[in-house]
Design a protein around this ligand. Structure first.
Ligand SMILES: Nc1ncnc2c1ncn2[C@@H]1O[C@H](COP(=O)(O)OP(=O)(O)OP(=O)(O)O)[C@@H](O)[C@H]1O
Ligand SMILES: [Mg+2]
Length: 389
């Protein structure tokens, strides 16, 4: 019989950011022994992993040796040395999700080709090998304004993405192999998180909607349930389920989608791991995304994804103008508001816009949760002892 959860199961997690930390918090409930690989011993997961292993995610030897220490290997980020994972797999190491899936997702070009081949709606695109090739493409009339350029590899949190509206933006084009996509007239950005285990059981979470700060054009709040129509929601859930099934994937898959000006639902990209848009699940859904990821990778029955309460999630970001040892302001005042749940990741250094933590606000109605979230946003400030000049 396959050994699943036992007090001797060694779970390896590649990278020790906040996602790794929250995954370990769930794993410890089942007495799983956790190993974390990260370059920085002070990373969020470093202090709570059973074992911390210092090493680089992109270094073959570090990843390979780490894989040899554990029974099951998973990851909390995509930027990993794939050759090491493939070698470990051929030597019998259990890696979930599968390295071949990670390899496809690591490359935005292969990912887009997969959607096209599978008939999953996504914005039309072309692949270019360099900045020069893109400029040539514009000259030849192959590429029309406005468009979005994405580096095929290594981008995250919007880095590696350039929105080119007209010729005046051409200086923003990034060097490197890229996907060039038609710019979608986005009305809403949503996310569908889906899980699948080896038995083929699939469960999708209710759709989350991102609300943007109109001034900074940054994601400001994430709400669940979303305000999209039942039909749009069903489409998003079906696309997410179809993708995870087509990939034959075990684990958690976060699917980012757009609703365009025609009301159509289209897929942007996926991440094969717990995701920022699923943090609310810790308190607002019966099974958190972290527990679900563990259930999925260990082939346990998937947990209920039913909503307990409507929620708003806000990221706690480093304030502009501050860099250095972190100080939080407004935590106590925020906690005094009913339904406010604070998560600090334990990052010692703040930088402008760095994700330092998140707050989930629960209430019996979304409207009330939104009002409370607005209050919390006014109260919380992430500063450092020294202000940057
Ligand atoms: N084709 C598009 N049309 C219009 N806007 C787009 C398009 N593709 C991406 N964007 C915008 O750029 C943002 C970042 O793009 P994307 O999610 O592909 O990159 P990323 O670096 O992986 O970002 P993140 O890590 O934040 O998810 C999207 O959330 C969306 O706002
Ligand atoms: Mg994205």
């Amino acid at each position: 019989m396959e050994r699943l959860v036992t007090s001797n199961l060694k779970l390896g997690i590649i990278a020790g950011g906040q996602l790794g930390k929250m995954l370990i918090q769930e794993a410890s409930k089942w007495d799983i022994i956790t190993y974390v690989l990260d370059n920085d011993q002070n990373c969020p997961a470093g202090s709570i992993a059973s074992y911390f292993v210092k090493g680089d995610n992109l270094d073959f030897e570090s990843v390979y040796q780490f894989g040899k220490m554990v029974d099951v290997l998973t990851f909390e980020m995509e930027n990993i040395n794939i050759e090491a994972l493939k070698k470990l797999k051929t030597e019998g190491c259990k890696i979930v999700p599968d390295p071949e899936i990670l390899e496809l997702i690591q490359d935005k070009g292969l990912q887009k080709e997969f959607y096209k081949k599978s008939g999953i709606p996504t914005s039309p695109f072309k692949i270019y090998e360099s900045e020069k090739a893109i400029l040539n493409g514009i000259e030849k009339g192959e590429i029309n304004f406005p468009f979005v350029q994405k580096l095929r590899r290594g981008g995250y949190d919007g880095r590696g993405v350039a929105v080119i509206n007209d010729v005046s933006n051409l200086n923003k084009i990034l060097p490197g192999e890229s996907v060039v996509e038609e710019k979608v007239e986005i009305v809403k950005e949503i996310s569908a998180i889906v899980a699948r285990n080896k038995n083929g059981e699939i469960k999708c979470y209710p759709i989350v909607e991102m609300l943007f700060d109109p001034r900074a054009n940054l994601v400001d709040k994430l709400i669940c349930p979303s305000s999209i129509t039942a039909e749009q929601s069903e489409k998003a859930v079906n696309f997410a389920s179809e993708i995870i099934e087509l990939l034959n994937m075990e684990g958690l898959l976060a699917v980012e989608l757009f609703i365009d000006s025609k009301g159509d639902v289209i897929v942007n990209e996926v991440a094969p791991r717990p995701h920022n848009s699923g943090h609310h699940t810790i308190e607002s859904i019966i099974t958190s995304q972290f527990e679900q990821h563990l259930r999925a990778i260990l082939n346990l029955p998937l947990g209920s994804t039913k909503i307990k309460l409507p929620s708003v999630m806000i990221n706690i970001l480093g304030a502009e103008g501050y860099e250095g040892a972190v100080i939080y302001e407004g935590l106590t005042e925020s906690m005094a508001i009913d339904g406010v749940k604070i998560h600090l990741y334990g990052k010692q250094i703040t930088k402008p816009y760095r994700k330092m933590g998140h707050i989930t606000i629960l209430s019996s109605t979304l409207e009330c949760a939104l009002k409370k979230a607005e209050k919390v946003k006014q109260l919380i400030r992430v500063k450092s002892w020294k202000e940057n000049s």
